[in-house]
Design a protein around this ligand. Structure first.
Ligand code: ZN
Length: 95
């Protein structure tokens, strides 16, 4: 079981959290092309390595936050607030 570091509460069991999808997605303007809108709706990153994800501590503080998780090892490199940019840390994109 994953131990997820909530930025507000500290480490808790994975069962207290709900996955919220890929982090840092920005909705395109309404007048964008159909292809761009379809890409926004249906396509997601699926990297081998670091993935930035949104999570909510639904059985805890109820707050959203982002984590940077390795999709191979499930190691969590960083947990950060929802309005913070992607953190730079050693090891990202090294695969
Ligand atoms: Zn929390």
């Amino acid at each position: 079981m994953l131990q997820i570091p909530c930025p507000y509460c500290g480490y808790r069991d994975e069962t207290e959290f709900a996955f919220g999808g890929e982090g840092h997605r920005i909705r395109p303007p309404f007048d964008c092309s159909d292809a761009k809108w379809a890409d926004y709706l249906f396509n997601r990153e699926n990297p081998i390595g670091t993935h930035h994800e949104r999570w909510i501590h639904s059985y805890g503080c109820g707050r959203w936050f982002n984590i940077a998780r390795d999709t191979v090892t499930h190691e969590i490199h960083a947990a950060y607030l929802i309005d913070e940019p992607k953190p730079n840390f050693k090891g990202e994109d090294d695969r």
